[in-house]
Design a protein around this ligand. Structure first.
Ligand code: NAI
Length: 352
């Protein structure tokens, strides 16, 4: 018994030490959602309210309902404090002290619209909100959801440069929904084999690179994990790729004029935010796909690829890895559209 008692007390000591380390590392952060009263914003805020990594959740929108959304969420029995801010006069209070700012503000697509059709309205919204970030929380990490992401990220970067507040590690366009969709569709097509391998849907990973519109959405199905006995090829590969690229339009058409993806997007944004907070807290091996400042493709200043997140945001932009000819061709085809979307954003920001 003495030796088993000794073993037990050693085990307890180890558990206590690990616990202490755990709590010490459990840094909590202040997060703002700009556009918090919208379809994405409200659902995202609900998911973030459940995060143990957040101490303060700030909800900002121009919609007058925003303080009400905050009061509603504040009754949920989790530890973070929720506060609401409505209108530009309150933007400063929403932003001061933020570690992470998530922007889903702006109009969504209706049937027949491309993401670029949103530029006219959303470009100015993202510009103005980023001015707030530059002035009031220039060190915060920025997650930009507002479309067209391929252009709104360059706009935000130009604004931050004007205010001398640009750090390429801290501006991320959120393309995580493309990854979530790719993983869901792949699982649907290969369920039998994955179940035989005792893998669940959450074990499936598919990198998606390029950008976040039409043919700039490039799923790298050859790099999916777990490795499968039968790779995607031929018409199955073509159809799956097209479905991932058009999945947003699938939702837009199904909602028939009432908006675009909000619930799946909120989940994807929450995943992305959690990874950013894990990185900020110093956790290792936090990898996500995001649209960031990059020299992965020499002629493009922005490109979505796998990134490693750390205490300053993007610690490393990872290379594209081995691609099939089909995937290389998709990258080539995406370059002109990406370049045009980037130039459009930069020109808008510089002229306003
Ligand atoms: P929504 O119309 O439901 O909500 C947008 C919210 O933004 C509204 O509450 C509105 O009051 C607010 N807003 C407008 N101007 C503002 C300003 N200047 N400051 C603060 N808030 C402002 O739209 P939803 O469905 O939530 O979509 C939001 C954006 O997210 C759209 O641009 C949409 O295209 C984009 N989106 C991006 C995805 C991605 O994968 N990155 C996926 C799905 C949507």
């Amino acid at each position: 018994t003495t030796s088993s008692e000794a073993r037990i007390s050693t085990t307890h000591a180890i558990i206590e030490r690990n616990d202490a380390l755990f709590w010490k590392n459990k840094e909590k952060f202040t997060v703002a959602v700009l556009g918090a009263a919208g379809g994405i914003g409200q659902t995202l805020s609900l998911l973030l309210k459940q995060s143990p990594r957040i101490k303060a959740l700030r909800l900002y929108d121009i919609a007058p309902i925003t303080p009400g959304v905050a009061v509603d969420l504040s009754h949920i029995n989790t530890e973070s404090e929720v506060t609401g801010y409505a209108g530009p006069d309150q933007l400063r209070d929403a932003l001061v002290g933020c570690d992470l700012v998530i922007i889903p503000a702006g109009i969504p697509r209706k049937p027949g619209m491309t993401r670029d059709d949103l530029f006219k309205i959303n470009a100015g919204i993202v510009r103005d909100l980023t001015v707030g970030v530059a002035k009031y929380c220039p060190n915060a990490i920025l997650n930009i959801i507002s479309n067209p992401v391929n252009s709104t990220v360059p706009i935000a970067v130009e604004v931050l440069k004007k205010y001398n507040a640009f750090d390429p590690r801290k501006v991320l366009g959120v393309t995580k929904l493309d990854v979530v969709r790719a993983e869901t569709f792949v699982y649907g097509l290969r369920k039998d084999e994955l179940q035989r391998l005792r893998k669940s849907i959450s074990d499936v990973t598919v990198p998606v690179i390029g950008g976040h519109a039409g043919e700039t959405i490039i799923p790298l199905l050859s790099q999916m994990t777990p490795k499968l006995s039968k790779p995607f090829e031929g018409s199955e590969l073509q159809n799956l790729t097209t479905r991932i690229q058009n999945a947003g339009t699938e939702v837009v058409d199904a909602k028939a004029g009432a908006g675009s993806a909000t619930l799946s997007m909120a989940l994807a944004a929450e995943n992305m935010a959690t990874s950013c907070l894990k990185g900020l807290a110093g956790e290792s091996n936090v990898i996500e796909c995001a649209y960031v400042s990059s020299n992965v493709i020499p002629e493009l200043p922005f490109f979505a690829s796998k990134v490693k997140l750390g205490v300053n945001g993007v610690e490393k932009v990872l290379g594209l890895g081995a691609m099939t000819l089909f995937e290389e061709q998709m990258v080539k085809n995406a370059i002109p559209e990406l370049r045009a979307s980037i130039e459009k954003g930069v020109a808008f920001a510089q002229s306003s």
